[in-house]
Design a protein around this ligand. Structure first.
Ligand code: NAI
Ligand code: A1CAB
Length: 278
């Protein structure tokens, strides 16, 4: 596969992590461009990754094979409407925005021609190339374009294809928002450790390294999380006492409610943002 020429619209955190990942994988700087209204953002991207940057989105997309829409959902409609006349028919559109459907993107980019669109939901560990993302391709996306989109997201972590676009809401609930749930648990464990008498910093280090070790075990072991948990849990021991307390407090049902709330909100955002002016 030839190296596709990639234009990023929006050069913020997620775009920078993707650009960093691509460069680390050996994608040449000449194959990547980015546009952003922020002068400092543009200068930082050029200094760090050696790529050409633009204040004008239309200039960035000229000659690109893939256009990555990496602006906030709230400005996506205006960005797409402004870009519509500058895009070429064969370009792949990749959106990483939360709550923006392929149908909204197609409508904002003009009904004709039908656009090849990949909608993705990455997450913030992409900044460390430890991300995971769900990807959905519409019917216009060719096999080569699928590979190109997968190469983009694989540069910052694991990329998993979805058969149905509606599952992006579930991906958002599990992994898009997911880092925040683990941070919340870390905050609570650190505070509880402190209340048990540990110095705050010690409690924080113990919590973070336990999370890291547990995550690595879950990823690298050939048994599932339930079995790994069983192996830590001695009969009538300390872990069993803690897990009984979690379960008595409705832990599983609470997680279920939380993820349902996130998925519902993702679907609501798609409706609200999609409705605006369409
Ligand atoms: N932060 C997160 O956890 C996740 C974010 N996302 C999505 O990634 C997208 C980008 O998010 P971040 O990188 O976190 O935001 P960010 O605020 O760091 O980056 C957005 C960039 O877009 C630029 N921008 C604003 N108006 C523009 C315009 N008209 N043309 C070109 N650039 C423009 C801004 O100057 C900014 O640099 C969002 O749509 C978000 O939903 C997806 C998954 C996870
Ligand atoms: O909270 C949000 O809406 C975005 C989407 C996934 C992570 N952050």
């Amino acid at each position: 596969m030839n190296t596709p020429r990639i234009a990023f619209i929006g050069g913020g955190n997620m775009a920078a992590s993707l650009i960093g990942g691509l460069r680390a994988q050996g994608v040449p700087a000449e194959a990547i461009r980015a546009s952003d209204p922020g002068t400092q953002k543009r200068q930082a991207l050029t200094a760090e990754y050696g790529i050409a940057t633009f204040s004008d989105n239309a200039e960035a997309v000229a000659e690109a094979d893939m256009v990555v829409l990496a602006v906030k959902p709230q400005v996506m409609q205006d960005v797409c409407r402004d870009l519509a006349t500058s895009l070429q028919p064969g370009q792949l559109i990749v959106s990483i925005a939360a709550g923006i459907t392929c149908a909204s993107l197609q409508a904002w980019l003009g009904e004709q021609p039908p656009r090849a669109i990949v909608r993705c939901m990455p997450n913030t560990p992409s900044l460390l190339r430890q991300g995971v993302s769900g990807l959905f391709a519409n019917a216009q996306v060719s096999d080569t374009q699928r590979q190109q989109a997968e190469q983009l997201l694989s540069a910052v972590g694991l990329a998993l294809w979805l058969e149905e676009e509606r599952l992006i809401d579930a991906v958002t609930a599990v992994s898009g928002s997911g880092p925040a749930y683990y941070f919340l648990l870390m905050e609570a464990m650190t505070a509880a450790g402190e209340r048990l008498g540990l110095p705050r910093d010690t409690a924080a280090q113990l919590t973070m390294h336990t999370a890291l070790g547990a995550a690595r075990m879950a990823c690298e072991s050939d048994v599932n999380a339930a079995e790994l948990r069983r192996r830590v849990t001695s009969p009538n021991g300390t872990t069993e006492a803690a897990i009984k307390a979690f379960q008595a407090g409705g832990f599983e049902s609470l997680v279920d409610q939380a993820l349902n709330a996130a998925a519902r909100r993702s679907a609501e955002l798609a409706e609200q943002l999609g409705d605006r002016g369409c």
